[in-house]
Design a binder for this molecule. Sequence first.
Ligand code: C2E
Ligand code: CA
Ligand code: CA
Length: 593
Amino acid sequence: MDNLHYQVDLLSAMNEKLRSTGEMYRLICDTSSDAFLFCQLKEHTFEMAGRFLEFFPFAVRQESDLNQIIEEVALDKRAELRELLDRSDGSREGEILECPSINGKRWYEFTQAFSKNEMGEITAKVIRIKDITRYRKQHEDLKYMAYYDLLTGLYNRNYFIRILRDWVFRAKEKLHVISIMCININDFKHYNDGFGILVGDEILQEFGLLLKKYQKDNVIVSHSASDFFYIAIYDPYGTDSADYIYEDIKKNLKNPLITTTSSVKAQITISAGVTQFPQSGSDVLELLNDAEVIMLHAREKGKNTIGYYETPILDDFLEQFTMEDKLRKAIDKNEFFLCFQPQYDANTKILRGVEALIRWRTEEGMTINPGMFIPVAEQNGMILEIGDWVLDEAFRIFSSWKQRFDTPLILSVNISALQYRQKNFIPKLLRLIEKHHVPATDIELEITESIMIDDFQDVLNKMKILKEYGIKISLDDFGTGYSSLSYLKGLPIDTLKIDKTFIDTVLVDKSSRIIIESIITMVKQLGFETVAEGVETLEQYEYLKDVSCDNIQGYLLGKPMTVEGMEEILTKQEIRIKEERRKNIMTGENDPK
Ligand code: C2E
Ligand code: CA
Ligand code: CA
């Protein structure tokens, strides 16, 4: 009997506990803003809780009722929800689904939780449905504001620029073209100030609506600010060209824009400016800016007109483009090599030295002269890498010559201003000199006057350091730049190269002769050596010798040649030097050099 009492007490206690636990869960569900569906898997029974009946206008009591939920969801998302509801793998991740309902679009997040028995089998599950429409809307609004202009619904400036940057990136790779047109409404101020901002806004909206028609995959339209609009066209051609679109807009504007606020009929006209990638530049902001400037210029010339970016021909640019691309790969592909051009003593015709001149043999087997690619490399900074390669290679070859040929020789290497300007230029140079065991005193760096526009003190300091190591400095292309003879006084240079343009005209132009003669006289006083470059004829040579130019470099005495070609000359030179030495010993004279 006692036992029975005990069991009844236990049962009622358990009942009470269950009741209160059930009550607790019911309260939790009722106070939640979510809907719940509790499902006993064995019995196939469903129970609704929380906001279920507020979310959905039907009840779910059995498996087949679930179809009604699925039908609530947007058509293309139904399979996803079906899959989620069928899932019994214990996954809890939520699925956000769009539900078009009579009250407008709603967004629900569906999540499931499972309960298992001791054997690990799933016996029941809860489906939680959370209404996230509010967050989703906020998110969409923010997204909208990030991309669109609220007044016209066109892309805003930031987003337009983002797309345009992607386009430029793509166009660079594929060598495509992009047109950018800036459009401005003439006398917009007249409407805005005269009829009020509301009328102004409406005109912008109407005009925006008109422009929106042109938007498609390869045409994007943006309202930038006030009455400035931009259209960018990827791969412009035919009806997708700036001219066509511009003319079409003008045609559409023949009918006045009618504003509802004050029934003003706005007969607007527009001005436009067009830039084009890559011809006008590759910086997106610059392209937009230039389009605006061109538009303003066009407007000045007469309203209702369109202006275009003129000059650099497409072909030139594309040429540079592919060149830049190929140049980048040239070092790794070992496409550069060095030629050497001899420099001779004008009097004795003994070899003074050689100038290293870079050549580029492309994959296609074309040899490109430095005049074509050095300016490109200087523009994109690749000259630094190329310059390092030249020094390394020139020293390597020179070092082997020094070992094989017993003859005095100077190695001249061209150094670009950009290279010279580097902080670590001298340490790098010294390291290479050490690496190849070349005597620093045999090295001559050819720099141009363009270096002088840099920090003069820095230029000078570096020259002094180079001088301390015995490295020679030669001023190349002298007479073509900013130079005046007077500043030469302060420079610790060793050699001056008279530019080919003077040599070319020396026999026909008296002023060239005067310049050359005064250069040589002055330079001699300063203790510099002179080298005339580009000497092609005997007459030029004779003249230069007469006016005491020290050295001659030019096609007359030797074109730039390969290593092998140069070695032949060195062999002959060595024999000649040896002979001369032998003669001198016999006559008791000193070494000629
Ligand atoms: P540059 O330093 O004035 O070199 C002399 C140029 O004149 C060379 O052209 C040479 O081949 C050419 N030349 C020499 N004698 C004659 C002649 O009698 N007649 C004619 N018509 N031309 C002559 P190149 O090799 O085409 O080099 C052009 C320029 O490229 C060089 O002018 C130099 O400024 C630059 N350059 C060449 N190699 C390098 C290099 O390794 N580094 C740098 N930074 N620039 C280089
Ligand atoms: Ca040179
Ligand atoms: Ca030169």
